[in-house]
Design a protein around this ligand. Structure first.
Ligand SMILES: [Zn+2]
Length: 204
């Protein structure tokens, strides 16, 4: 018997289960109607309650991927038992790997690109801009690729690299989608201290 067909089925199962739980983050928020409140990618985004809400939505969709991954996992198990074993094993291995890598967060692994802490830091910067200790008279904090800074006086407000925020990407659906698959939404550029962390993050 040739090994070719099982290898093909395995690969197919693996790829399907790889893409499946990642689709929500690539598809859900990219529509034009979703992003009217924000400037186009990759322009800096002014801080606002809408932006904080977007970060929380991205976080929710990220964890939704975990739930979605149970579907190919179940199909994989069913296929191993009653269907094409190689295909099922591909599905099962890929979605199981995905779920394990997501769970790493709880045992000291890398954080997701969107966390409650991210939203809180945005809120702190916004609160400070409205308070007496603001950076200048007309503070306009905005989130650039690597930092949050004031667009009026240029002062650095928080060193928080910007993850993907669900805007339609300037590099188009395919290249943008591929980039998201590779980075999983993490900021694509990091400063030196974070570089090693970033490399670990992208390894899943
Ligand atoms: Zn300022």
């Amino acid at each position: 018997m040739s090994l070719f067909a099982p290898v093909m089925y395995f690969t197919l199962g693996f790829i399907i289960a790889f893409l499946f739980p990642r689709l929500p983050i690539i598809l859900i928020t990219r529509g034009r109607g979703f992003n009217t409140a924000f400037p186009e990618h990759p322009e800096p985004i002014p801080l606002s309650p809408k932006l904080t809400q977007r970060v929380l939505h991205m976080r929710m969709i990220y964890w939704m991927g975990f739930v979605v991954a149970t579907i190919p996992l179940m199909f994989g198990l069913a296929s191993i038992k009653w269907g094409n074993t190689a295909f099922g094993f591909g599905l099962w291995l890929s979605s199981g790997w995905f779920m394990l890598s997501r769970l790493q967060t709880f045992v000291g692994g890398p954080d997701p690109p969107w966390t409650l802490e991210t939203a809180q830091r945005l809120q702190i910067v916004m609160d400070k801009a409205k308070s007496d200790s603001s950076c200048c008279n007309y503070p306009q904090p905005e989130w650039k690729i690597l930092t949050i800074s004031c667009s009026t006086c240029g002062i650095l407000l928080d060193k928080l690299p910007r993850p993907d925020l669900g805007r339609k990407r300037m590099d188009g659906v395919f290249a943008g989608g591929l980039r998201l698959l590779l980075t999983d939404g993490h900021p694509t550029i990091m400063d030196d201290d974070h570089e090693s962390k970033y490399l670990q993050d992208s390894e899943e």
